[in-house]
Design a binder for this molecule. Structure first.
Ligand SMILES: [Zn+2]
Length: 68
């Protein structure tokens, strides 16, 4: 399989390469935490994360892909 974000070869049948896989899991885990603190939609969350300076390249690329 190829990573659906960057096209790199992935391990086994995974949708994402190592880097995007990690970024994707982290993005979902963080959303769960945010949602416990306050009501926020998935879309609002993605917008906020994207705007943050500390958001890394891999996470941004995942968000770009999700927002398409
Ligand atoms: Zn990738």
């Amino acid at each position: 399989m190829e990573c659906i974000v960057c096209g790199k070869e992935t391990e086994e049948e995974k949708k994402y390469c190592k880097y995007h896989g990690e970024a994707h899991s982290k993005l979902y885990e963080t959303y769960e935490r945010w949602r416990e603190a306050r009501p926020i939609s998935w879309k609002e969350y993605l917008d906020e994360v994207y705007e943050r300076d500390e958001t890394g390249k891999w996470v941004r690329e995942i968000i770009d892909h999700i927002m398409q």
